[in-house]
Design a protein around this ligand. Structure first.
Ligand SMILES: Nc1ncnc2c1ncn2[C@@H]1O[C@H](COP(=O)(O)OP(=O)(O)OP(=O)(O)O)[C@@H](O)[C@H]1O
Length: 598
């Protein structure tokens, strides 16, 4: 319930609208309370005394009260909805920007679909709580209290009989909420799990089909769908176990009012008009109890949802600016790894162990190693996607943790191993980090990345729309667009993490040749996680990584002389190249990564 308190606190930003809703609610309660009194007046003073004028007057006032009820009802629900939309809007923005800020380690450990459910369905539960359930509860309490006071004034004995229903129903409701809180949380979690399978399936639909796993996937989904239905049915039976008792109580009270009140009317201690009015107030007692009852599950659900949403909102951002962080402005080209060790959060072993090196200005460093040896990890630490566990990384003598993250990352151009493009045009994708870049600038980098000719061969050229994650392009084409995208940024340190793995060897070396002069002009240091001999040969120095350690470094020739591991990797590459040549390699995707034992 702590989370519900927090949701209520967020209404502070919508104070006026919320007060407006509350004010409408109070006026509605007054209009509701007045109506039975008009009945009583009309019956006792009009019908019983045969005074037609009073009958007509009371009827006219009833119409006024009905209109007022309509107006205030509208005002109350409209304003409550407006406040709820505002809170949901803010929460959605808050959680989205939090997701943008959360570190890689958070995203490594959380499921995308779980986050999606929190942004969509959980926030919707919170919105429905503010827009509907909350107002139901407040209106219920206010109506109940005011009707109780009126009943006590009208006939305290009958009122006491009637009001016994309140604590009994209240107890049933409280029991219902406390007993089923976990159940409602479970429903949301089951929904998340179901979404997770759906999302994974949509992303991997090609793999599913290729491995003919449709029916296995179907039964996985159906299994979770069954579990969701079961959890939902449990909540329904919990509702069924509570509500009939409340209905029974309300019916018993009606009987008591009819019996005891009727006897008082016969004994002339209570008028017919009063009995009718009393009965009408009874509705104002019982209806709120039911409304609160109906709101209870929604409140329990909203509490569970709010907890899940605030879990993300409150998640610690591990990688952040120091209080005294300074902007990274220029790079002299001296990047130092000082006894760097790194363990991924939750991992059993260290991915990097005591790695030390220093680069020289304008150096082109190739990083080579077996798959899983830690090459990408070395690269991930420079832009602080993760912080070192031990040791330090310095740029021109300054610890990378001293720089503001934004300035540091803006100066590091990185092409990831796995290419992600966004839906939109090719031009938009290349200009992702520089949306205002001119077409000429976009074309220039596309030429360097050896993708310009392909782009202009398309009917819509640079305006060609690429689908989600670059659907419609080959792996190699996507990679080249990703390279162009990075080249357009204001990088001073360039990192190419196996970025031509899906490009054929010939094109890759053309890209390399184009990049070579450009990199040396623009970048203070370039790192190339390499799988190909050509790239390695061009490098000023090669770092050989093995099982998280920097085991050798030097030029191609030096390593050929001194490192048996280097020799073995190159030998396997040459062999692979020959095999590929024999098979008449089709190019794209064939010269692939992994030479070193991939
Ligand atoms: N996000 C992560 N969480 C936990 N462990 C990770 C994570 N990423 C990588 N690892 C582990 O760290 C080690 C080094 O991985 P890394 O990606 O740096 O290797 P790599 O040399 O780049 O491999 P490849 O050539 O296959 O890309 C591996 O054992 C890997 O399993």
């Amino acid at each position: 319930m702590q989370s519900i308190k927090r949701v209520l606190e967020s209404l502070r930003n919508y104070r006026l609208i919320s007060l407006g809703a509350l004010f409408s609610l109070l006026l509605l309660t007054v209009a509701n309370a007045v109506t039975p009194q008009l009945f009583r007046w009309g019956i006792d003073q009009g019908i019983v005394k045969k005074d037609l004028q009073i009958v007509l007057y009371s009827a006219a006032w009833m119409v006024v009260a009905a209109i007022a009820r309509g107006v205030f009802n509208f005002g109350q629900s409209y304003l409550a909805e407006a406040a709820s939309q505002g809170v949901a809007y803010e929460l959605r923005n808050k959680i989205f920007s939090k997701i943008q800020n959360l570190s890689f380690s958070y995203h490594d450990q959380s499921q995308t679909s779980q986050l999606l459910t929190r942004v969509t369905s959980d926030i919707e539960q919170i919105r429905a709580f503010i827009g509907t359930s909350l107002i139901q509860v407040i209106s219920g309490v206010v109506t109940l209290a005011s009707a109780a006071v009126i009943l006590l004034i009208m006939n305290w004995q009958l009122a006491l009989i009637t009001l016994t229903v309140v604590p009994m129903s209240g107890w049933l409701m409280a029991r219902f909420i406390t007993q089923n809180d976990r159940l409602f949380r479970q429903v949301q979690e089951q929904l998340s799990d179901l979404n997770a399978v759906l999302q994974e399936n949509l992303i991997g639909i090609r793999v599913v089909k290729a491995f003919v796993r449709e029916s296995a996937e179907r039964s996985r989904y159906t299994g979770l769908n069954d579990a969701l239905v079961k959890a939902n049915m449990k909540t329904i039976s919990a509702i069924r176990n509570t509500f009939p008792f409340i209905f029974l109580l309300s019916n018993l009270v009606t009987l008591a009012v009819f019996g005891y009140g009727g006897a008082q009317v016969i004994g002339n201690t209570f008028s017919i008009g009063e009995l009718v009015a009393f009965n009408a107030y009874l509705v104002l007692i019982l209806q709120p109890i039911l409304l609160i009852g109906f709101a209870a599950p929604a409140i329990a659900q909203a509490a569970a949802s709010a907890q899940r949403v605030y879990e993300v909102v409150d998640a610690a951002v591990e990688i952040r600016d120091r209080a005294d962080a300074i902007p990274f402005e220029t790079c002299g080209g001296r990047i130092t790894f000082e006894n760097v060790s790194f363990r991924y959060p939750g991992a059993a072993t260290e991915a990097l162990k005591d790695v030390s090196f220093e680069t020289k200005p304008n150096e082109l460093i190739a990083i080579l190693g077996m798959t899983g040896s830690g090459k990408s990890t070395v690269m991930n630490l420079i832009p602080r996607f993760y912080d070192v566990t031990q040791g330090a990384i310095r740029i021109d003598g300054r610890d990378v943790r001293d720089f503001t993250l934004n300035s540091l990352r803006k100066h590091i151009g990185i092409v990831f191993q796995e290419t992600t493009l966004f839906s939109g045009t090719i031009r938009e994708n290349i200009a992702y980090a520089k949306p205002k870049a001119s077409l000429e600038q976009v074309m220039e980098v596309a030429k360097t990345a050896q993708i310009h000719d392909f782009i202009i061969s398309l009917p819509d050229g640079y305006e060609t729309i690429v689908g989600e994650r670059g659907v419609g392009l080959s792996g190699g084409q996507k990679q080249r667009i990703a390279i162009a995208r990075t080249l357009l940024t204001d990088y001073s340190i360039l990192i190419l993490d196996d970025s031509t793995s899906a490009v054929d060897a010939k094109t890759a070396s053309e890209i390399q040749a184009e990049l070579d002069s450009m990199m040396r002009q623009k970048a203070c240091v370039t790192f190339v996680v390499a799988q190909r001999i050509s790239t390695v040969k061009n490098a000023d120095r090669i770092f050989l990584i093995d099982k998280g350690r920097l085991v050798a470094q030097g030029t191609h020739e030096e390593l050929m002389q001194t490192s048996p591991l280097y020799g073995a990797i190159l030998e396997s590459q040459v062999k692979k190249k020959q095999e590929a040549g024999e098979q008449g390699s089709r190019g794209q995707g064939a010269g692939s990564r992994g030479a070193g034992g991939t």
